[in-house]
Design a protein around this ligand. Structure first.
Ligand code: G4P
Length: 288
């Protein structure tokens, strides 16, 4: 990425979050990690696997309504090979969420059998939900647990201030204590988070960002660009492509030049609203 701009990210404060999560690991049975199905690598926290160590772990590929279905299926197989169950969900509509409880029970089947043998029926499974900001964690919790936020209790081992939610008598969710950051310092990660709108446009140059996106779409999803913008050639540089798209949409300023800033904002917005199509920017195995 030679021509990429150097985006300045905030380093984040993982130390505190790491301690907060580690303190809760003893009282939870599993971790449900929410990722953005369009960028399943860049929307993960790089330290999480090390923090949760061997705690049972499942992945929710959220926003699957906006991702390429085939790519999502490939990701699910990819994680399965790593013995991490994954399910595709759309927490805005609730699609796919009915599989969540079964996925948790399957993951923890040994534990459930152990409970049954000891006659500990009715002991709920406790799952910690984690995810970087904007990945859809609040939407997930709202969808699956409604407004069942538990009162702060004096349960042994349960730190005051942690947010517990009751899904039903068999399942409780703990929201992540602290904030999990993505790998901001990696330029490619930053760029992909910016494409999806997970980081604000204000910290990046929108024209440059839209050009980078067009470059990727022309390579991976050319047909979608052709049908959305009615352009027949994609083998030109991304600045020319941006200009042509802008012109097609009548975004012209004095002298017949394209208003590239407007065109860039439009392309980014149309990508984020899924108007260009269902697009996944990271493929299983390639960037993982
Ligand atoms: P967070 O707690 O992880 O920070 O994320 P949050 O649930 O607030 O979701 C961030 C944005 O992503 C919200 O949009 C939310 O509606 C959207 N979102 C969450 N899950 C899905 C999904 O599965 N599919 C789609 N298409 N969108 C999803 P927003 O524009 O910030 O808010 P709003 O306009 O929905 O209120």
């Amino acid at each position: 990425m030679s021509d990429a701009q150097n985006i300045q990210w905030f380093p984040g404060h993982m130390t505190r979050t790491r301690r907060q999560i580690e303190a809760q690991l003893k009282i939870i049975d599993a971790v449900a990690e929410i990722v953005d199905a369009r960028i399943p690598v860049s929307s993960r926290n790089p330290d999480l696997a090390g923090i949760i160590a061997d705690k049972p772990h499942l992945i929710l590929l959220n926003k699957c309504d906006m991702a390429d279905e085939k790519a999502t299926a490939e990701w699910i197989s990819y994680y399965a090979k790593q013995k991490i169950p994954a399910i595709a969900v759309d927490c805005r509509s609730g699609k796919g969420l009915s599989n969540f409880k079964d996925a948790v029970k399957n993951l923890l089947s040994d534990k459930l059998r152990g409970y049954a043998e000891k006659g500990m029926v009715g002991k709920p499974l406790r799952v910690m939900t984690v995810g970087i900001p904007n990945v859809g964690k609040s939407s997930f919790i709202n969808r699956i647990a409604g407004n069942s936020r538990a009162k702060v209790e004096n349960r042994p081992g349960v730190t005051r201030g942690n947010q517990w939610f009751t899904v039903d008598r068999q399942l409780e969710l703990l929201d992540t204590p602290g904030v999990l950051w993505p790998k901001f310092e990696d330029k490619i990660v930053g760029e992909r988070l910016a494409f999806t709108g997970a980081v604000s446009d204000r910290v990046v140059d929108v024209e440059w960002l839209a050009m980078r996106l067009l470059e990727i779409l022309a390579r991976d999803y050319p047909q979608m660009l052709v049908s959305r913008y009615g352009i027949d050639e994609l083998d030109e540089d991304s600045y020319e492509l941006l200009c042509r798209i802008g012109k097609k949409r009548g975004m012209v300023i004095r002298g017949g030049e394209t208003d590239t800033e407007r065109a860039a904002n439009m392309v980014l917005e149309e990508y984020r609203n899924c108007k260009i199509g269902r697009i996944t920017l990271e493929r299983a195995g390639e960037n993982a």
